[in-house]
Ligand binder design. Structure first.
Ligand code: ZN
Length: 333
């Protein structure tokens, strides 16, 4: 058993309380490898933004759980080296689907876990979430739960259709589970294909898809029921079209990839939404940069020569999200 406190990490309680009060959101960036971690930490240190390093169970398998723990610890030390005196970095399990997985993450140094039992019937969701909360809170680890179902594909999380969170359930759910934050479904979606062309309209000038708006009325209802309670948005990548264009122009094939417009996320960040999950956008940034190098320099075979530019592009993306979308810059001083 290793406590996240020994690794220099923090849980999400204080960062969320401040974010809700301050009208901004904390970035939750998924990571799988060293370059992504470097980019996240550099962006957070440079902007003095609290940050959540997010790991899915797929990422945990990919990177190895022991290595991950030391990477998180290394991230804290790296942040200090970059001049960030008191780094506010959380290590969070994304979409934990069982008590055992959540427990294992708590025992391995995570400071926050998500138990996603949203696909289960309501009472079973409550029971499993409650069980995880009871275990995690003994070690001061915070717990995110989910009500409602997001469409899309993310690692092992797949749902064909979305079901909006029912505002009439949130008080009962939050009270009975004791969860620290709640992921809701209001029309965001996992992956780089958040909506089918049929769900969108098409901009006649550019020919690009325009996605349907988020269900802001559902969010408002939830905030009325649970004033000040930390709300989480999953599936909130914007799928920047410049990356999609670079990928498609350099041998890739991502037709009609579409995300959530940043304007909508900017508004959400000002509300009780205090954690916004971004994964696909950094995958796109990475892939666009790598494809560009390969297209321009077919003879390149030193991974540093294409992973390096990919890392720089991800860092630019993270800084942009922190400053221009979430508003969390300068909040970790
Ligand atoms: Zn998610």
């Amino acid at each position: 058993m290793v406590s996240y406190k020994e690794l220099g990490l923090v849980n999400t309680r204080e960062m969320f309380a401040k974010a809700v009060k301050g009208g901004y959101a904390i970035p939750a960036f998924n990571f799988n490898n060293m370059e992504q971690l470097q980019a996240i930490i550099k962006a957070a240190a440079e902007t003095h933004s609290p940050v959540i390093l997010q790991v899915s169970s797929g990422a945990r398998k990919y990177a190895n759980q022991t290595l991950l723990r030391y990477m998180a610890q290394g991230a804290v030390e790296y942040a200090k080296e970059l001049g960030w005196e008191h780094p506010q970095i959380a290590l969070h399990l994304d979409h934990g689907n069982s008590f055992e997985l959540c427990k294992s993450c708590v025992d391995f140094g995570f400071s926050s876990v998500m138990i996603d039992a949203s696909a289960l019937p309501y009472e079973e969701n409550i029971a499993l979430t409650r069980q995880v909360v009871e275990y995690a809170h003994q070690f001061d680890v915070t717990v995110e739960a989910e009500l409602g179902v997001l469409a899309g594909v993310e690692d092992e999380v797949v749902a064909e259709e979305s079901h909006y969170t029912k505002p009439e359930e949130v008080i009962d759910f939050a009270t009975r589970t004791g969860c620290d934050s709640l992921a809701i479904s209001i029309g965001t979606s996992h992956g780089a294909y958040k909506f089918t062309p049929e769900q969108c309209t098409r901009d006649p000038k550019t020919g690009r898809l325009v996605p349907p708006p988020l269900a802001v009325d559902v969010l408002d209802e939830i905030m009325k029921k649970l004033p000040g309670f930390p709300i989480v948005l999953h599936g909130s990548s914007s799928v920047p079209q410049e990356y999609v264009d670079i990928i498609n122009a350099n041998g890739g094939k991502l037709p009609d990839a579409v995300g959530i417009p940043e304007e909508q996320l900017r508004k959400a960040a000002k509300s009780a939404v205090c954690k916004i999950n971004i994964d696909s956008d950094s995958r796109l940034a990475f892939t666009a940069a790598v494809r560009k190098v390969f297209a321009e320099k077919p003879g390149e075979f030193d991974p540093r020569k294409y992973c390096g530019p990919a890392r720089d592009e991800m860092e630019r993306l993270y800084v942009h999200k922190i400053k221009e979308v979430l508003g969390s810059d300068g909040k970790a001083d």
